[in-house]
Design a protein around this ligand. Structure first.
Ligand code: FUB
Length: 308
């Protein structure tokens, strides 16, 4: 219909997407991001993909730490934690997360257990978000013989922790099955049983917890190549209601692993892809940042991935 030139016309001008220069780190391969907001600073902890030439696997020996006050300019700090810090572990600095409690920083990390075998979760502690971190227990917090919902030896990976308003801390983790347990206030011991969650469709790995208003969100990687899906609940103990896909497969990477934070009143979706990988494999990943937006009913809009 021809427009009436006397009538005002509503034109929706698309807002350009903010661009973070993805991937944000170019001199190292970084994966499995976990961000932590401390005051006016975001600390970003990542794994370090560094396979020997010709080896195709997640060869990772240390974790890396970056900080930023604007999500654009990142400062690298000396690596605050590596596999050797856990004397009982033998390999694999896989996905991790750092959270703060009472002036201390607790780093939950997946590694390969030296004697029990299979993946295990350790916890390290520091007085500073940039370390130095040391093993907080001298033994694993979660081992393969504590979780029996699958027969696989790598189901105890990808820890994520959250502390609710009442001060109750929770640890979620898993591969193939998502597990959760309460943590004692000391943050270094489980408090009660380990629960498998059976209501998350096609859960692969990489759980992450966040909260906005009265909703908890449990996002996770699904299928291969991985997308990020999510569920919502009023309680960290569930039940979780599946809500759909949040992020599509991230370029040139079989895995996808997210961290979601609010910083300066904006929500961020931090993940990895393989777009600067010149090795033709999924084992040279790079961390990226994009914005996360909510619908009025609290559900999440799909992430629009950007590149530089
Ligand atoms: O980085 C090693 C593994 O790949 C992580 O534990 C998974 O989440 C996947 O990103």
């Amino acid at each position: 219909t021809p427009g009436n030139p006397d009538q005002p016309v509503n034109v929706t001008v698309p807002t350009p997407l903010p661009v973070y220069g993805n991937p944000i780190i170019r001199d190292k391969y970084t994966a499995d991001p976990a961000a932590l907001v401390v005051g006016n600073t975001v600390y970003l902890y990542t794994g370090h993909d560094n396979p020997p030439p010709g080896k195709e696997w997640y060869f990772m020996k240390q974790w890396l730490c970056y900080s930023s006050q604007d999500m654009v300019h990142w400062t690298e700090h000396p690596s605050p934690l590596n596999v050797q810090a856990f004397a009982w572990a033998k390999a694999d600095a896989w996905a991790s997360q750092v959270i703060a409690r009472d002036g201390k920083y607790y780093w939950y990390a997946a590694v390969e257990h030296g004697s029990i075998g299979g993946k295990a979760i350790g916890v390290a502690v520091s007085d500073s978000p940039t370390g130095p971190f040391k093993d907080a227990r001298g033994s694993a917090l979660v081992t393969n013989d504590m979780t029996t919902a699958t027969k696989i030896s790598w189901d105890d990976i990808d820890p994520t922790a959250y502390i609710d308003e009442k001060g109750q801390a929770y640890l979620y983790w898993g591969n193939t099955v998502c597990y959760w347990a309460k943590l004692k206030p000391n943050m270094t011991e489980l408090d009660g049983p380990i629960h498998p969650i059976t209501t998350l469709p096609r859960f692969t790995e990489a759980p992450w917890l966040h909260k906005r208003k009265d909703w908890y969100y449990l996002s996770y990687a699904t299928e291969f190549p991985e997308k990020i899906a999510y569920a919502m609940s009023r309680s960290l103990e569930g039940p979780w209601e599946y809500k759909g896909i949040l992020n599509e497969v991230a370029g040139n990477s079989n895995t996808n692993h997210q961290s979601i934070i609010e910083f300066n009143k904006q929500w961020y979706f931090i993940y990895h892809n393989g777009t600067v990988n010149t090795h033709g494999s999924s084992f040279h990943r790079s961390v990226c940042i994009d914005r996360l937006y909510y619908n009025k009913n609290g559900t999440l809009k799909r992430v629009q991935m950007t590149t530089e």
